[in-house]
Design a protein around this ligand. Structure first.
Ligand code: S3P
Length: 454
């Protein structure tokens, strides 16, 4: 019999409203482990020989989907305590055909990077995901992975669900990225592992380099050379991948939300401990500095091969800025929250080169522009450019935002609601668990006013 008096599971609280807090945000928090690094740690741990211990793993739905997929293919993956996980790898080429369909939920990284591994494992896997992931383009990985000899059957437009049969005689590739995508780069490099010879990816603009770094950490031979204004990354096939401990730094893409919240709520002072500062991820910090943000980098150090610092953030007036297209790869997931900061800044902010935002968990360019307009902010989208007119006074707010299964749209508009004259409501907060399961309690600890709605 269900107990009528038992507390409702938090997953049942779907909507949330964010209003101006009575007092400034204050305190010290740590954000969860980096999502990109967490996926890769599980994947490379599964392909290595021996036991990999991972500390600080993000226990969000996206990463748990990767863990479940790897388990279904034979890797032993156990949670030892909060954030501490052990992976007993099967060795390169040792994954086995799963019995059932692999469901990767909301995670584009899980889907695209795992397809890279599967492209050179000679068995068939059926892959699907949630409504958001089933809308997202997979041709960007299917095209290069087919060149290795993998075969794909997909829904129209290269969408999930799909079936992949990995190549039994893979052919190494030199692939020039047509879009600046770390997921595509990683898929190709990981396909190159179980392939004879050398596989290279050439990228014009640097995208996040966690795969290259971690491959080296597990013993693969990876070289990075400058080429034509960008770089060529080469991995030698059939490496002996050996288990190695991984300490996952705090996710700068998650830190971005409390960070901007602290900038926007007058009088706030918040410290975010242990934030990863890999230079391929710091575009938001650079942009906010140009907008006049007061952010101090305390105790700079290296953890798990990645630069890390504690960020001390103080509220203050922001001014509009022009954000160049070249910066997009280093802050691709941060545009929704940057747009919220821009809405509260004084003057015009112009963000160039946002085409890739259209193929994220939602069409983020449209979602941001529509949501901001509904909150009374003047915005314009022209091609791949977003312009936000900030007045330097609190925006009106008062809108209900449709989050479209997109965690970053949900968190960005909740942060905006802390600074608007009327509360901002989101229709569904559940998707936040994909990347930042403790977002709501952590923000409340700092003093954020978030009200649950049925
Ligand atoms: C990621 C790369 C980015 C980013 C995503 C995570 C990764 O996607 O948006 O959240 O872990 O490689 P693209 O590679 O499509 O730009």
């Amino acid at each position: 019999m269900p107990d009528d008096h038992a507390p409702l599971p938090s997953a049942l609280a779907v909507g949330l409203a964010a209003g101006r807090p009575a007092a400034p945000l204050n305190g010290t928090i740590a954000v969860p482990g980096d999502k990109s690094i967490s996926h890769r740690a599980l994947m490379l741990g599964a392909l290595a020989v021996g036991r990999t211990e991972i500390t600080g793993l993000l226990e969000g739905d996206d990463v748990l989907a990767t863990a479940a997929a790897l388990r279904a293919m034979g890797a032993a993956i156990e949670r030892r305590s909060e954030g501490t996980w052990e992976v007993d790898g099967v060795g390169l080429g040792g994954l086995a055909e799963p019995d059932g369909v692999i469901d990767l939920g909301n995670s584009g990284t899980a889907a695209r990077v795992l397809l890279g591994i599967l492209a050179t494992h000679p068995f068939t896997v059926f892959v699907t995901g949630d409504a958001s992931l089933r809308r997202r383009p997979m041709n960007r990985v299917i095209e290069p992975l087919s060149r290795f000899g993998a075969r794909f059957v997909t829904r129209e437009g290269g969408r999930l669900p799909l079936a992949v049969t990995g190549a039994s005689d893979p052919v190494p590739q030199i692939y020039r990225l047509p879009v600046p995508s770390a997921q595509v780069k990683s898929a190709v490099l990981l396909a190159g592992l179980n392939t004879p010879g050398a596989t290279s990816v050439v990228e014009k603009e640097p995208t996040r380099d966690h795969t290259e770094r971690m491959l080296g950490h597990f013993g693969a031979t990876v070289t990075v050379e400058p080429e034509a204004g960008g770089r060529r990354i080469t991995v030698a096939g059939y490496p002996e991948l050996t288990a190695a401990p991984i300490a996952v730094p705090g996710d700068p893409s998650s830190a971005a939300f409390p960070l901007v919240a602290a900038l926007l709520v007058p009088g706030s002072e918040v410290t975010i401990a242990g934030v990863g500062l890999n230079p391929t991820r710091t575009g938001l910090l650079l942009s906010l500095a140009e907008m006049g943000a007061d952010i101090a980098y305390l105790d700079r150090r290296t953890e798990g091969g990645e630069p890390v610092a504690d960020l001390r953030v103080r509220a203050g007036e922001l001014r509009g800025a022009v954000i160049p297209a070249e910066r997009a790869p280093s802050m691709i997931d941060e545009y929704p929250i940057l747009a919220m900061a821009a809405a509260c800044a004084k003057g015009r902010t112009v963000m160039h080169g946002l085409g890739e935002l259209r193929v994220k968990e939602s069409d983020r360019l449209t979602a941001v522009a529509t949501g901001l307009a509904a909150c009374g902010i003047t915005v314009a989208v022209e091609g791949d450019m977003l312009t936000v007119e900030g007045t330097g006074t609190p925006p009106q707010g008062g809108a209900l935002i449709g989050t479209q299964l997109d965690h970053r749209i949900a968190m960005a508009f909740l942060v905006l609601g802390l600074a608007t004259r009327k509360p901002v409501r989101i229709d569904d907060a559940r998707t936040i668990a994909t990347s930042f399961p403790d977002f709501v309690p952590l923000m409340r600890r700092l003093g954020a006013a978030f009200q649950e709605e049925a």
